[in-house]
Design a binder for this molecule. Structure first.
Ligand code: RNT
Ligand code: ZN
Length: 422
């Protein structure tokens, strides 16, 4: 039988099985359009950016491991890679840019000097792709981050430098959102923290609060840009204390009406971000997610379809939180084909959303409300082996992207033709 015919036949059977549970797969296919994922540009080049030649990169705050050949070394290469990635993904995406990815045209532009013009070619490119942009100030890989402190620095000139950077980034974000007619989510993550036990935790947090308030004094319209602050438990070199902890930023976000960014690599390993969404949304209008796969620590492995990601997706679907949750990815694996990393990770997130949509939630709620917890457990277990794959394949077919493992060959070809020649 023709391959496509087979996919359609399998879908027809799956449709019936789900219908028997009260789930309308046609509705699910339609609703998948709401799952818009912000693709983090930094998977393409191991968080290097285009500020200065690679070799001169200062450490300070972030690192990718691996040196698989083919990483993007210019804006042109990065855009070509992203176009390839976009062509292999079903549904809609956005682009998530870091400030170090500007179009600096060989000029040295320090972070407190960046302007909209350095991102105009990105805006134009995204307009052409029909996608929105999200943005991030970059508080790492810079000599002013080498001390381990940026916005919480006790060195006033260092602190001022980063406050300025943040102001520039928020302005750029607002202009991006205005031009693309889609609010630009601006996220703040700083690496600030202490390797060994500090004495003055309070002083550092007071400074961070002051710096954030200063840099965010200007309010931009929500149609243009929205601020988010990202907490973290610890980082390499900041094992004993992180200034921007979860408690700090939760308080900040609630009191300043900002978003909290929940990165599922940034908590104790058994904490689940999926559980935090409904907690945060009792007090905040919106949250931002950084979906990643922490393997034993915040290792930023490529996302796979695991329980953590599933709970995140299920919580959003069960509560129809689409308008209040912004979905971003945050992983960077330099040890495998980077295009493949994007496609596998993004598809895994989309799959989690589809599985969530294929859940007979009202039936499960009925069981729960009636105290029928065995029944709830049994149905949840049975759902795991329903023919989700047939619906997923049909969705990919409909979206005109490779079905199933079909994208592997596409990526191999791209590697042979393009990546291996870099
Ligand atoms: C680091 C944070 C942060 C970065 C990106 C590059 O621990 O997760 O979000 O990964 O901004
Ligand atoms: Zn993150």
């Amino acid at each position: 039988m023709d391959k496509n015919e087979l996919i359609k036949k399998a879908y027809a059977l799956a449709k019936e099985q789900y219908a028997a549970l009260g789930v309308d797969t046609e509705k699910v296919l339609e609703n998948m359009g709401k799952v818009i994922i912000s693709l983090h540009c930094w998977q393409a080049d191991d968080v290097g950016g285009f500020e200065i030649p690679n070799a001169e990169l200062s450490g300070g705050g972030i690192q990718a491991t691996g040196n698989y050949p083919g990483k993007a070394t210019s804006l042109e290469e990065m855009r070509a890679d992203l176009e390839k990635v976009l062509s292999l993904l079903p549904g809609s995406q956005r682009l998530n840019l870091h400030a170090i990815y500007g179009d600096f045209e060989g000029e040295r532009v320090d972070r407190d000097q960046i302007e909209v013009k350095h991102f105009q070619s990105w805006i134009d490119w995204c307009k052409k792709q029909g996608i929105g942009i999200d943005f991030n100030a970059s508080f790492f890989s810079h000599p002013n981050a080498d001390s381990g402190y940026t916005l919480s620095s006790k060195d006033e000139s260092v602190r001022q430098f980063w406050v300025e950077h943040l102001k520039c980034c928020r302005l750029i974000s607002a202009e991006i959102g205005k031009q693309l007619k889609s609010p630009c989510v601006h996220n703040i993550w700083i690496p600030d923290g202490s390797k060994d036990t500090p004495i003055d935790r309070n002083g550092l947090r007071k400074i961070l609060k002051k710096s954030l308030d200063e840099a965010m004094e200007i309010e931009y319209p929500k149609e243009y840009m929205k601020d988010a602050v990202e907490s973290k438990l610890f980082g390499i070199g900041a094992e004993s204390m992180t200034v921007g902890s979860h408690d700090f930023y939760m308080g900040y976000a609630i009191s300043r009406n900002k978003m909290i960014c929940l990165d599922n690599g940034h908590f104790h390993p058994t904490e689940q971000v999926g559980d935090k969404i409904s907690a945060c949304l009792q007090f905040l209008d919106e949250v931002l997610l950084h979906i990643t796969r922490p393997v034993r620590w915040d290792s930023d492995h490529v996302v796979t379809l695991n329980d953590d990601v599933q709970l995140i997706a299920s919580e959003i679907i069960r509560n129809d939180f689409f308008d209040r949750v912004n979905i971003g990815l945050d992983f960077f694996d330099a040890s495998i084909n980077r295009i493949g990393a994007y496609v596998v990770g993004t598809r895994a997130v989309k799959k989690a959303f589809m599985i969530a949509m294929l859940e007979p939630t009202s039936k499960l709620t009925e069981f729960e409300e009636a105290g029928q917890n065995f029944e709830r457990l049994a149905l949840l277990e049975e759902l795991k082996t329903k023919p989700f794959g047939a619906v997923w394949d049909y969705y990919c077919l409909q979206e005109n992207v490779p079905v199933g493992e079909g994208f592997i060959a596409d990526i191999q070809e791209y590697e042979k033709k393009i990546l291996s020649k870099r």
